[in-house]
Ligand binder design. Structure first.
Ligand code: ATP
Ligand code: MG
Length: 563
């Protein structure tokens, strides 16, 4: 990781303030954080915020960050998700070293701690139906009522809990509940369920268990077992914190004198983007997108395929910071970070994506001439390459207008424009089809105006990009755009109605011949068009496929300003 990023990450936030105080006061000796995904989906840009925060704190304070799977729900979890999550965290640039853990490895310990709770009169087996449980739970304004099973004896509870584990009961017949307070104003403290029966195969423990511990309980104990110091989660867990503390204080789960504390920060909400795991799964399963790694998805595998860089995503996470106030971040902030990062990473190339033929009447047929284009204007040390100039060239259709408005400085009848790195040309006539559409533009070129020749005294206002037709190669280009057309998809109506019908457009474009050998994931700036990446799956040397990563400017801001 560049020191630059590390330095910028030192911008303080309330969590860093807490850590500084804890370290200064001797409350903790070092910093141990964790990133705890549930392997029930692919990671998305919201998770990146949490990853950068947790791994970033460990890095900056010389501590460590554990990679831990909170795999307590066998029905929704899968090793496919585990593998992809590990891959994405590594791709983002973080390393957990030897600290890879699974909550499922702690099931035996969590079970023991649960027997400990029972023996201390702090947990009981309840046998109400789901409906009855709901009725007794109470509401936000009214307290709950105690279950008739709450007074079971320790021995009866132990026997029943052991039989639950032994598989003697069907799903839902019993649960183990904490005995806390049915009248607590906090619903999470009204005797929360700790274990439930679920006869299901687990991706790691197989059929060993038919009872599974609940997330909140498991999470607190896992943190304590691993000696986590600062357990950072999103705001919706604020009301769960008393239960987190209860679990740690009432079980013998700590292996050292200090104990973990939970801190909450505001999750990332990104405009024009949907980050709900459940809905992302639905997008994939109903084929509204082409899989988890569809370049329009906010998943890290999707953003990667789109051409986003780990450095750009980390820059974004640094820039948005960490706070306790819920807010929306405009997706243009992310796009701008990607642009900023790619600017110094992607070589410049020329492509014409909506071609119009331009014929230079005074240039001899069958000949070509060398022009030179820099690989990156801002890095002259990267040199130049040859771009051949010839009689027939491609230009972008919208760089020509037959009846232009005032202030249009590109090509128009009778007008002049510079062919970038080449010559100044003048439009002398047009070819049209039967319907009146322009099929070719005829020009003459001024041989004294070659770029870099020293004889180019004349200047014109417009400069456009171009490709000699005989030297250009054709390939597939996928023009991706935002998946949603509204800032907060799915807020006012079903998110499916907010989808952008033009989020993917496949076209055939022309590019410099050398682009044909682009390697998968190789990135380029196509001059004046945007940043593109050779698709990691479908692009083959000799037959490239390019994905548009991001335009050179924020075109949506313009749309928005227009209203
Ligand atoms: P689920 O509803 O399945 O729990 P989740 O998005 O919380 O979904 P987890 O796998 O539990 O997914 O998330 C792992 C970590 O990433 C958690 O600590 C969670 O707080 C954090 N996280 C998830 N979404 C965001 C987000 N939008 N912004 C910041 N952090 C997030
Ligand atoms: Mg979660």
């Amino acid at each position: 990781m560049s020191t630059n990023t590390a330095a910028r990450a030192h911008v303080t936030n309330f969590i860093r303030n807490i850590i500084d105080t804890d370290l200064a006061g001797g409350k903790v000796k070092g910093v141990v954080t964790r990133f705890p995904p549930e392997p029930n989906g692919y990671l998305h840009i919201g998770h990146a915020k949490s990853i950068c925060l947790n791994f970033g704190l460990a890095r900056d304070y010389g501590g460590r960050c554990h990679m831990r799977f909170d795999d307590t729900n066998p029905v929704k979890e899968d090793t496919e998700y585990v593998d992809s999550i590990l891959d994405s965290v590594k791709w983002l640039g973080f390393d957990w070293g030897e600290h890879l853990y699974y909550a499922s490895d702690y099931f035996e310990k969590i079970y023991e701690f649960s027997e400990h709770l029972i023996k201390n009169g702090k947990a009981y087996v309840d046998s109400l139906s789901a409906d009855e449980t709901r009725e007794l739970r109470g509401t936000l304004t009214e307290g709950g009522k105690e279950s008739p099973y709450r007074t079971r004896s320790v021995d009866e509870n132990l026997a029943l809990f052991r039989r639950m584990r032994a598989g003697e009961f069907a799903d839902g017949v019993h649960v183990l509940r904490a005995k806390i307070d049915m009248n607590s104003p906090n619903i999470n403290m009204r005797d929360p369920v700790l274990w439930r029966i679920r006869h299901a195969h687990h991706h790691r423990t197989g059929d060993k268990w038919c009872i599974y511990p609940m997330y909140d309980f498991t999470h607190a104990i896992s943190d304590a077992i691993e000696n986590i110091t600062h357990s950072i989660c999103t705001l919706e867990f604020e009301d769960h914190r008393p239960l987190y503390d209860w679990a740690i204080e009432n079980t013998p789960c700590r292996s050292s004198a200090s104990r973990p504390h939970q801190y909450e920060f505001a999750r990332l909400n990104l405009s024009y983007t949907m980050l709900s795991k459940r809905k992302l799964i639905e997008l994939v399963e109903t084929n509204l997108v082409d899989g988890w790694d569809d370049p329009r998805m906010p998943t890290l595998v999707g953003l990667r395929r789109r051409g986003y860089t780990p450095e750009g995503i980390r820059m974004f996470c640094d820039r948005i910071g960490v706070s306790k106030a819920d807010s929306w971040i405009d997706v243009s902030v992310l796009e701008e970070c990607i642009r900023e990062d790619l600017e110094h990473r992607a070589l410049r190339r020329i492509a014409v994506l909506d071609p119009l033929k331009l014929i230079i009447d005074n240039f001899p047929e069958g000949q070509s001439e060398e022009c030179f284009a820099p690989n990156d204007q801002s890095r002259p040390e990267l040199g130049k390459r040859i771009v051949p100039f010839a009689r027939e060239i491609w230009i972008e259709r919208d760089d020509f207008m037959e009846n232009p408005p005032k202030g249009f400085f590109r090509l128009q009848p009778g007008g002049e424009v510079r062919l970038r790195y080449g010559y100044i040309v003048k439009c002398v006539s047009l070819d049209k089809d039967g319907a009146g559409n322009v099929t070719a533009v005829h020009c003459t070129y001024d041989p004294l105006t070659k770029s870099g020749s020293g004889t180019e005294q004349r200047k014109v206002k417009g400069a456009i990009h171009w490709l000699a037709a005989a030297h250009a190669q054709q390939f597939e280009v996928r023009l991706y755009d935002r998946l949603f057309t509204v800032e907060e998809p799915g807020t006012a109506r079903d998110y499916k109605q907010d989808m952008n019908p033009h989020s993917k457009k496949i076209i055939s474009g022309y590019g410099e011949a050398a682009l044909v050998d682009a390697k998968p994931e190789e990135r380029f700036q196509f001059e004046r068009l945007g940043y593109f990446v050779a698709d990691s799956k479908d692009s083959k040397p000799g037959k490239p496929v390019f994905n548009r990563t991001v335009g050179l400017k924020d075109s949506w801001a313009k749309e928005k300003a227009k209203g």
